[in-house]
Design a binder for this molecule. Structure first.
Ligand SMILES: [Zn+2]
Length: 319
């Protein structure tokens, strides 16, 4: 009895909101920065299994949010970006062994032009028996550098090829390089995807925007214990909205529902974490920080609840 109570307590402390993870390459030592070895993948899966996590398909999470139902804290969703051959050869057998669902976001050109590192259409047909095939663009370009017309042209080409070869119409989209701006997000929503996945560390709750679902990258020997502790922070960002013209973040302003919290930690790429006062859930602070990178992040942490904003220059403005 005592053991069960302890077990229950440890689940309570471990579980936060649901989490979406992304893998890239599998057991491919040529690319350590995006690779997960077979041993590391098994270690992740054993961790989920022995700590009461439930690996569910992405569509179940998206539908639960859309239906405004509560998202269980022990849900984990597994995704793979870039349809590398190494997923088909090394990752898939382990997913099958555990019976874990997954969504594979396909970089269509890699398959269509038969780039050696990527799955063939035949491989994708086989993969589709076990998981969902989703869309990761045709050409894997930095979308913020393309005009709306160029993005639509890329999407039309990739979606048509998937439908022609696999007879599947992808419903969800993940941004190449995890990069997006408000213009790009709006265009992807209008294109008709039913959900969009980013690559910002965080968690997912029933309050999440299905067109901006946070997803944490898993590489190598990941510290699942700590990333699974993060909750979703329901926050409305007033400032900044976009990558600032003068490259300086003058101030930060956002509204959270954390009325009782007194502090927020703020992270800016290249600067590390800093503490600020939170009043009535409002964070208003002068930062006056010059952005050090063309791709910068601001992350807000209130009692382990996380909300983040990717700041990246849009070549075509905000509309
Ligand atoms: Zn990618």
């Amino acid at each position: 009895m005592k053991f069960i109570a302890l077990l229950f307590l440890s689940f309570l402390s471990l579980w936060a909101d649901a989490h979406i993870f992304v893998y890239h390459r599998f057991n491919d030592s040529r690319h350590p920065s995006t690779n997960t070895t077979n041993e590391e993948l098994r270690a992740n899966f054993e961790f989920f299994k022995s700590n009461g996590y439930k690996v569910v398909p992405l569509h179940l999470l998206v539908e639960t949010i859309k239906q405004k139902k509560e998202v269980p804290d022990n849900w984990v969703v597994l995704t793979i970006d870039d349809n590398y051959k190494s997923f088909y050869e090394n990752g898939l057998p382990i997913f099958k062994e555990y019976g874990y669902p997954f969504s594979l976001f396909v970089f269509v050109e890699g398959t269509h032009k038969r780039y050696p590192d990527y799955t063939s259409w035949e491989d994708l047909k086989e993969i589709a028996k076990y998981g969902a095939i989703e869309f990761h663009s045709y050409g894997h370009k930095h979308l913020q550098k393309l005009s709306n017309e160029e993005i639509i042209k890329d999407f039309d080409k990739g979606m048509q090829l998937i439908q022609k070869h696999l007879e599947i119409k992808p419903r969800y989209f993940s941004y190449p390089y995890g990069e997006y701006t408000s213009r790009v997000k709006k265009l992807c929503e209008e294109y008709g995807f039913e959900a969009i996945i980013n690559q910002n560390m965080g968690a997912v709750s029933e309050q999440s925007d299905v067109f901006d679902l946070d997803r944490t990258a898993l590489v190598g020997k990941s510290d699942l214990n700590s990333v699974l502790k993060y909750d979703f922070l329901d926050a409305t960002w007033e400032k900044p909205q976009e990558y600032p013209e003068d490259k300086i973040i003058h101030s930060i302003s956002l509204k959270t529902k954390e009325k009782n919290a007194k502090h927020a930690k703020v992270y800016v790429s290249g600067y590390g974490w800093e503490n600020f006062k939170l009043q009535d859930g409002l964070l208003e602070a002068n930062l006056n920080k010059a952005l050090k990178f063309p791709r910068s992040r601001i992350i807000i942490n209130v009692d382990n609840k996380i909300s983040s904003k990717l700041l990246i220059k849009d070549s075509y403005g905000t509309k």
